[in-house]
Design a binder for this molecule. Sequence first.
Ligand code: TMP
Length: 200
Amino acid sequence: MFITIEGIDGCGKSTQSERLASWLEERTGRRTVLTFEPGGYPDGKRLREFILTGGNFSPLAELMLFLADRAEHVAKVIIPALSAGHNVICERWNESTLAYQSGGHKLDISRARQLIAACNFPEPDMKIFLDVDPELAVSRIMLRENRDKFEDEGLGLMRKVCEFYRELARAGELAPIDCGNLDEDEVFSAITEAVAWRFR
Ligand code: TMP
Protein backbone atom coordinates (compact mmCIF):
# COMPACT_ATOMS: atom_id res chain seq x y z
CA MET A 1 0.00 0.00 0.00
CA PHE A 2 1.40 3.37 -1.01
CA ILE A 3 -0.29 6.38 0.62
CA THR A 4 0.69 10.04 0.29
CA ILE A 5 -0.29 12.85 2.65
CA GLU A 6 -0.70 16.36 1.28
CA GLY A 7 -1.54 19.77 2.67
CA ILE A 8 -0.25 23.27 3.22
CA ASP A 9 2.57 23.94 5.69
CA GLY A 10 1.26 23.78 9.26
CA CYS A 11 -1.65 21.43 8.43
CA GLY A 12 -0.45 18.71 10.84
CA LYS A 13 0.87 16.32 8.19
CA SER A 14 3.86 15.00 10.12
CA THR A 15 1.91 14.18 13.29
CA GLN A 16 -0.85 12.44 11.36
CA SER A 17 1.57 10.57 9.08
CA GLU A 18 3.39 9.12 12.10
CA ARG A 19 0.15 7.99 13.70
CA LEU A 20 -1.10 6.55 10.42
CA ALA A 21 2.13 4.60 9.93
CA SER A 22 1.77 2.84 13.31
CA TRP A 23 -1.92 2.19 12.70
CA LEU A 24 -1.28 0.76 9.23
CA GLU A 25 1.57 -1.43 10.41
CA GLU A 26 -0.61 -2.93 13.12
CA ARG A 27 -3.63 -3.33 10.88
CA THR A 28 -1.84 -4.90 7.92
CA GLY A 29 0.93 -6.74 9.79
CA ARG A 30 3.38 -5.32 7.24
CA ARG A 31 6.34 -3.13 7.84
CA THR A 32 5.40 0.47 7.08
CA VAL A 33 8.03 2.88 5.83
CA LEU A 34 7.34 6.50 6.73
CA THR A 35 9.12 8.98 4.50
CA PHE A 36 8.89 12.56 3.26
CA GLU A 37 9.85 15.02 0.52
CA PRO A 38 12.03 16.81 -0.16
CA GLY A 39 15.09 14.91 1.08
CA GLY A 40 13.67 11.70 2.53
CA TYR A 41 16.55 9.42 1.49
CA PRO A 42 20.11 8.84 2.69
CA ASP A 43 22.07 12.05 2.19
CA GLY A 44 18.89 13.82 1.02
CA LYS A 45 19.41 16.58 3.54
CA ARG A 46 21.81 18.46 1.29
CA LEU A 47 19.40 18.78 -1.63
CA ARG A 48 16.55 19.56 0.78
CA GLU A 49 18.48 22.44 2.28
CA PHE A 50 19.54 23.70 -1.12
CA ILE A 51 15.95 23.75 -2.38
CA LEU A 52 14.36 25.16 0.77
CA THR A 53 16.93 27.75 1.74
CA GLY A 54 18.85 28.30 -1.50
CA GLY A 55 18.45 31.08 -4.04
CA ASN A 56 15.39 32.57 -5.56
CA PHE A 57 14.66 29.98 -8.28
CA SER A 58 12.21 30.45 -11.11
CA PRO A 59 9.07 28.28 -10.78
CA LEU A 60 10.33 25.98 -13.57
CA ALA A 61 13.73 25.50 -11.90
CA GLU A 62 11.94 24.93 -8.60
CA LEU A 63 9.81 22.20 -10.16
CA MET A 64 12.86 20.54 -11.66
CA LEU A 65 14.67 20.55 -8.35
CA PHE A 66 11.70 18.89 -6.65
CA LEU A 67 11.52 16.33 -9.47
CA ALA A 68 15.24 15.57 -9.16
CA ASP A 69 14.74 15.09 -5.44
CA ARG A 70 11.74 12.80 -6.10
CA ALA A 71 13.75 10.75 -8.59
CA GLU A 72 16.37 10.05 -5.90
CA HIS A 73 13.67 9.31 -3.35
CA VAL A 74 11.93 6.88 -5.72
CA ALA A 75 15.15 5.07 -6.57
CA LYS A 76 16.56 4.88 -3.04
CA VAL A 77 13.49 4.50 -0.83
CA ILE A 78 10.10 4.15 -2.51
CA ILE A 79 10.81 1.41 -5.07
CA PRO A 80 12.95 -0.70 -2.71
CA ALA A 81 10.28 -0.50 0.01
CA LEU A 82 7.36 -1.34 -2.29
CA SER A 83 9.36 -4.13 -3.96
CA ALA A 84 10.03 -5.65 -0.53
CA GLY A 85 6.26 -5.71 0.11
CA HIS A 86 6.28 -2.91 2.70
CA ASN A 87 3.63 -0.21 3.01
CA VAL A 88 4.86 3.29 2.28
CA ILE A 89 3.49 6.52 3.71
CA CYS A 90 5.00 9.59 2.13
CA GLU A 91 4.55 13.19 3.21
CA ARG A 92 4.17 15.09 -0.07
CA TRP A 93 4.31 13.84 -3.65
CA ASN A 94 3.48 15.09 -7.16
CA GLU A 95 0.43 17.00 -5.89
CA SER A 96 2.72 19.19 -3.74
CA THR A 97 4.56 20.13 -6.91
CA LEU A 98 1.30 20.98 -8.67
CA ALA A 99 -0.10 22.90 -5.71
CA TYR A 100 3.05 24.88 -4.82
CA GLN A 101 4.78 25.41 -8.17
CA SER A 102 1.61 25.86 -10.27
CA GLY A 103 -1.07 26.86 -7.76
CA GLY A 104 1.30 28.97 -5.66
CA HIS A 105 4.07 30.11 -7.98
CA LYS A 106 2.01 30.12 -11.19
CA LEU A 107 4.00 27.72 -13.35
CA ASP A 108 1.79 26.77 -16.29
CA ILE A 109 -0.21 23.77 -15.12
CA SER A 110 -0.15 21.76 -18.35
CA ARG A 111 3.63 22.16 -18.51
CA ALA A 112 3.93 21.04 -14.88
CA ARG A 113 1.73 18.02 -15.52
CA GLN A 114 3.72 17.09 -18.65
CA LEU A 115 7.05 17.25 -16.85
CA ILE A 116 5.74 15.24 -13.91
CA ALA A 117 4.19 12.64 -16.24
CA ALA A 118 7.50 12.28 -18.11
CA CYS A 119 9.14 11.12 -14.87
CA ASN A 120 6.78 8.17 -14.60
CA PHE A 121 6.97 7.98 -10.81
CA PRO A 122 4.94 5.28 -9.05
CA GLU A 123 1.27 6.17 -8.60
CA PRO A 124 0.07 6.10 -4.97
CA ASP A 125 -2.91 3.88 -4.06
CA MET A 126 -4.38 6.73 -2.05
CA LYS A 127 -3.59 10.44 -1.83
CA ILE A 128 -4.91 12.17 1.29
CA PHE A 129 -5.31 15.94 1.56
CA LEU A 130 -5.52 17.47 5.04
CA ASP A 131 -7.70 20.51 4.43
CA VAL A 132 -6.89 23.09 7.11
CA ASP A 133 -7.83 26.76 7.12
CA PRO A 134 -4.76 28.71 5.85
CA GLU A 135 -5.06 31.31 8.67
CA LEU A 136 -4.83 28.56 11.29
CA ALA A 137 -1.94 26.82 9.52
CA VAL A 138 0.03 30.06 9.19
CA SER A 139 -0.51 30.91 12.86
CA ARG A 140 1.11 27.54 13.68
CA ILE A 141 4.00 28.14 11.25
CA MET A 142 4.73 31.51 12.82
CA LEU A 143 5.45 29.78 16.14
CA ARG A 144 8.30 27.81 14.52
CA GLU A 145 11.84 28.99 15.05
CA ASN A 146 13.25 27.79 11.74
CA ARG A 147 11.05 28.52 8.76
CA ASP A 148 11.91 27.62 5.15
CA LYS A 149 11.46 30.04 2.28
CA PHE A 150 8.00 28.73 1.36
CA GLU A 151 6.79 29.13 4.94
CA ASP A 152 8.24 32.63 4.96
CA GLU A 153 5.95 33.56 2.07
CA GLY A 154 3.15 33.19 4.61
CA LEU A 155 -0.57 33.55 4.15
CA GLY A 156 -0.51 34.79 0.54
CA LEU A 157 1.19 31.61 -0.70
CA MET A 158 -0.73 29.25 1.60
CA ARG A 159 -4.10 30.59 0.43
CA LYS A 160 -3.21 29.96 -3.23
CA VAL A 161 -1.75 26.53 -2.52
CA CYS A 162 -4.78 25.56 -0.42
CA GLU A 163 -7.19 26.67 -3.13
CA PHE A 164 -5.28 24.58 -5.67
CA TYR A 165 -5.36 21.50 -3.43
CA ARG A 166 -9.11 22.00 -3.05
CA GLU A 167 -9.48 22.09 -6.84
CA LEU A 168 -7.56 18.82 -7.11
CA ALA A 169 -9.83 17.31 -4.45
CA ARG A 170 -12.95 18.50 -6.30
CA ALA A 171 -11.57 16.88 -9.45
CA GLY A 172 -11.21 13.58 -7.56
CA GLU A 173 -7.40 13.65 -7.60
CA LEU A 174 -7.08 13.77 -3.80
CA ALA A 175 -9.09 12.31 -0.91
CA PRO A 176 -9.89 15.36 1.25
CA ILE A 177 -10.15 15.29 5.04
CA ASP A 178 -11.97 18.41 6.19
CA CYS A 179 -10.03 19.22 9.36
CA GLY A 180 -12.33 22.22 10.06
CA ASN A 181 -12.79 22.39 13.81
CA LEU A 182 -11.53 18.88 14.48
CA ASP A 183 -8.87 18.20 17.10
CA GLU A 184 -5.85 15.95 16.43
CA ASP A 185 -7.60 12.73 17.52
CA GLU A 186 -10.69 13.51 15.45
CA VAL A 187 -8.58 14.19 12.36
CA PHE A 188 -6.80 10.88 12.92
CA SER A 189 -10.14 9.03 13.17
CA ALA A 190 -11.32 10.67 9.95
CA ILE A 191 -8.11 9.58 8.21
CA THR A 192 -8.25 5.95 9.39
CA GLU A 193 -11.93 5.77 8.43
CA ALA A 194 -11.11 7.01 4.93
CA VAL A 195 -8.20 4.57 4.59
CA ALA A 196 -10.26 1.62 5.88
CA TRP A 197 -13.02 2.52 3.40
CA ARG A 198 -10.58 2.80 0.50
CA PHE A 199 -9.02 -0.62 1.21
CA ARG A 200 -12.22 -2.39 2.39
P1 TMP B 1 7.77 20.25 4.40
O1 TMP B 1 7.78 21.52 5.20
O2 TMP B 1 6.45 19.58 4.37
O3 TMP B 1 8.90 19.34 4.74
O4 TMP B 1 7.98 20.66 2.86
C1 TMP B 1 8.94 21.53 2.50
C2 TMP B 1 8.41 22.65 1.63
O5 TMP B 1 8.62 22.32 0.26
C3 TMP B 1 6.94 23.00 1.79
O6 TMP B 1 6.84 24.41 1.98
C4 TMP B 1 6.33 22.65 0.47
C5 TMP B 1 7.49 22.69 -0.51
N1 TMP B 1 7.37 21.75 -1.64
C6 TMP B 1 7.11 22.28 -2.91
O7 TMP B 1 6.98 23.49 -3.06
N2 TMP B 1 7.02 21.42 -3.96
C7 TMP B 1 7.18 20.06 -3.83
O8 TMP B 1 7.09 19.32 -4.82
C8 TMP B 1 7.46 19.54 -2.50
C9 TMP B 1 7.68 18.07 -2.32
C10 TMP B 1 7.55 20.43 -1.45
